[in-house]
Design a protein around this ligand. Sequence first.
Ligand code: ACM
Length: 516
Amino acid sequence: MRLTRLAVATVLTLPLGVTTASAGPGPDPLPISVTTVLPAPALALPDPREAFPLVPDTVIVASGPAATVAGQLATAFRPATGFALPVVPDAQPGAITVRLTGGDSAEGYRLDIGDDGVELSADRAAGLFYGVQTLRQLLPPEIDAATPQDRDWVIPGGHIVDAPRFAYRGAMLDLARHFHTPDEIRRYIDQISRFKVNHLHLHLADDQGWRIQIDSRPRLTAVGGAPGTGVRGIGGGYLTKDDYRTLVAYAADRHVTIVPEIDMPGHVNAAQVAYPELTCDGVAPRPRTDIRVGYSSLCIGTDATRRFVTDVVRELAAMTPGPYLHIGGDEAHSTAHADYLAFEEWLLPLVAEYGKIPFGWQEIAQTPAARDAVVQYWNHEGDPGPTVASGAQVVLSPADKTYLDMQYDLLTPGGLHWAGTIEVDEAYDWDPAGLLHGVPEDRVLGVEAPLWSETLTDLADIEFQAFPRLPAIAELGWSPRATHDWESFRARLGAYGPRWKQQNVRFYESPQIHWS
Ligand code: ACM
């Protein structure tokens, strides 16, 4: 059951000292420094005596696998600077050096910036990629311009030693309620990866539509992805297997892992319209374009259901290189409780048989099989604590903090408010380690910011709901708790606004923030 506005009011208590009033006239814009990066680095030491000027003959030194990330750095800086920025193998003074080091940090990096050069080092390519995202923020917003800008390019001096607090930093897009095209998804990946978000969860099927090609079940997309499938009958469309593979590769280049979700045993009306044998009476339900939840259920225990689910899991696992396969499991209000438990006890090991780690919304924590799964917490009704004690890891998506489709306030043109309205401070002011009783920090795999699409149709809608709250969730996932500071975050966010403007990213100009 979705939380009512009233129920939420009892659990939304802001920590003392949080400013909710509008910001008023602001301070001078923050000068760019190693301390102004979003998300906050673990350690950032500015050195105001030093700075590195990027000039027409600057070269990037890198070899082996580091050259790939160096190429991404050059590609990011060439259009606005107009400089050649060649990637060369031999060390030289006055260069930007990008190199892999010998340790075992999966995502950490180090950045040393002085008059005589910039050195970016990391143990793995992912760390180098995150160092590049940091470097982009150390140049002025015009660095994202598509054509050469007539200005100086100076990287402020200092040192950063950085690594994430949590391994999983996610965003989710709902393609079922409104389909979003591969181009829109790519553009979202571009934006989220700038904040070191490393997973994109795609909600690929729900009552209103089915958005991923499954060869053994062609009617899923022929019917469930047809024009008019979506909320209010707007949209339609689906990802072919080629689209999906191309997206997975595009995301991987940006160190983002795709987590595909097929929601079961509820949220299956579109599948049942296409394959009526998935209902208990064999009668196809009517297609749905409204936003109600909880009315559909697979018929549990039948051969038809088992064959269908096995086909879908097998094909989805085969096309997904990432470790996770999300099987939904939420809001199965039309599935008898015993059936729900039996279904999950069968399904979660099936996902493992096909080589994937099962991932599901918190309701799956009711079954012992969830001890080997990732449990995604989303509302205050369930207690995944006991399941976590027996082995599961948790991804935290509390709806009243992280659901990017919630309105900022009741005047926000799109979005819903069943979990409350979420201004930027509410998205930021919580601690993933302290959220769930009985779930210690080492069982928290990370955080995820879902974006449901009931009211969102195009990329501008997506961006407006996501920004500026997505960076708040990204910072909770990346930055050590010791850096957590609303005033600092709010100042850095305000300084980021011109970057979104430069990139034509639509964002909500929250009155809580002094936008530069
Ligand atoms: C959910 O919001 N039903 C996971």
